[in-house]
Design a protein around this ligand. Structure first.
Ligand code: ATP
Ligand code: MG
Length: 333
């Protein structure tokens, strides 16, 4: 703790330093002259003492600024570990706290950026390596370019294309450049179209309450969200078990629920699955697993609609993905 650390205003601190320096100067000169010392000696001694006093009182007044300057230089070189240490409570102290907050935020953004590059490179490399291996085998004459081999190559190319368009979607959503085309449409035909177009090897139990329920949303974007939810549910559902798809209106909100009887998502994982590229260990090990972008996109889309998406446990097992949307957006139509 430094002498003036508890004072919350930098102006008051400077005022105190000036008054103390002037006070010391006057006292030393008056006392020295009274004691018979020459005026020059008294003046020089008073000046030296006043300087020492300023040094003592102003200690720490500018050190956070120096630390901030050093930390900013380190940040420019990619080091986000430096923090400003200060016990001061004045404006410079507040600035130092805000600076530390900003550095922590930038460090997190930098971590996400590095993770993203690592994940994207990894996800792109897997299908590219498979494609390259098949093509090499064809060029060497080990594998004939017959329909099964071409089918495998087509799947890898589709996976690459899908990954790139999901990444583009996510980046557009995050930067906010996709304006929502909100309109009113009927829930039942919408959900039926999602199920029909997803072409999944499971049965669906659909319920819409009330039967003529309407939704106010961007139908293409919501289609993308519900498609991902039903694909996830179908992927994790035990063989022969139907997937539930329900839409209802309650307390001025539309709820769309997708329920399955699979292993479910644990409480610890229920936030992490919304992170880009997050997949459970089983999903990672499975050859037909996705890329881990679907729920990240879903959360962005639903947030843009002013709604929410959450994961609840299904009874007796499995998970219930619950999307909640406001019934009408002001100025939407
Ligand atoms: N219904 C579900 N039951 C169990 N786990 C699920 C379910 N839905 C999602 N998960 C878990 O959440 C992870 C993330 O899901 P998400 O939809 O974001 O990615 P994905 O389905 O793996 O790939 P993508 O949707 O990008 O093709 C999945 O990999 C899986 O581990
Ligand atoms: Mg998915």
């Amino acid at each position: 703790m430094r002498p003036l650390d508890s004072i919350r205003s930098i102006k008051t601190k400077i005022g105190i330093v000036i008054v103390a320096a002037v006070g010391v100067t006057i006292a030393v000169v008056v006392l020295g002259v009274k004691a018979g010392f020459p005026l020059l000696v008294c003046g020089l001694t008073a000046g030296a003492l006043a300087l020492a006093m300023v040094q003592f009182l102003a200690r720490g007044l500018t050190s956070p600024l120096r630390q901030m300057s050093a930390a900013a230089t380190a940040m420019a070189a990619g080091d986000y570990q430096r923090r400003v240490e200060t016990t001061s409570t004045d404006e410079v102290g507040e600035l130092a706290l805000a600076f530390n907050g900003m550095v922590a935020e930038l460090a997190e953004v930098d971590r996400i950026r590095r993770d993203l590059i690592a994940n994207v490179s990894h996800e792109l490399r897997t299908p590219i390596t498979a494609l390259q291996a098949t093509l090499e085998n064809m060029v060497d004459g080990v594998v004939a370019p017959d329909p099964p081999a071409l089918e495998i190559m087509l799947q890898q190319a589709q996976r690459l294309g899908g990954l790139v368009s999901q990444l583009l979607d996510l980046s557009r959503l995050e930067s906010g450049v996709v304006p929502l085309q909100v309109q009113r449409f009927k829930a039942r035909p919408f959900l039926e179209a999602v199920v029909r177009e997803a072409v999944l090897p499971v049965a669906f139990k659909m319920s819409v309450e009330p039967e003529d329920l309407s939704i106010d949303a961007d139908s293409d974007r919501l289609h993308q969200v519900v498609t991902n939810l039903v694909k996830n549910a179908a992927r994790h559902s035990p063989h022969g078990q139907p997937v539930g798809l329900c839409a209802s209106e309650r307390n001025g909100e539309i709820t769309i629920e997708v329920c399955d009887r699979g292993p479910g998502i644990s409480k610890e994982e229920s936030e992490r699955v919304f992170e880009r590229f997050y997949r459970s260990d089983e999903a990672r090990a499975s050859p037909d697993g996705g890329t881990g972008l679907g729920l990240a996109i879903a959360r962005w889309v639903i947030d843009l609609h002013g709604g929410s998406i959450e994961i609840l446990a299904n009874s007796p097992s499995g998970c219930r993905m619950v999307v909640t949307l406001p019934t009408a957006r002001p100025g939407a139509r």
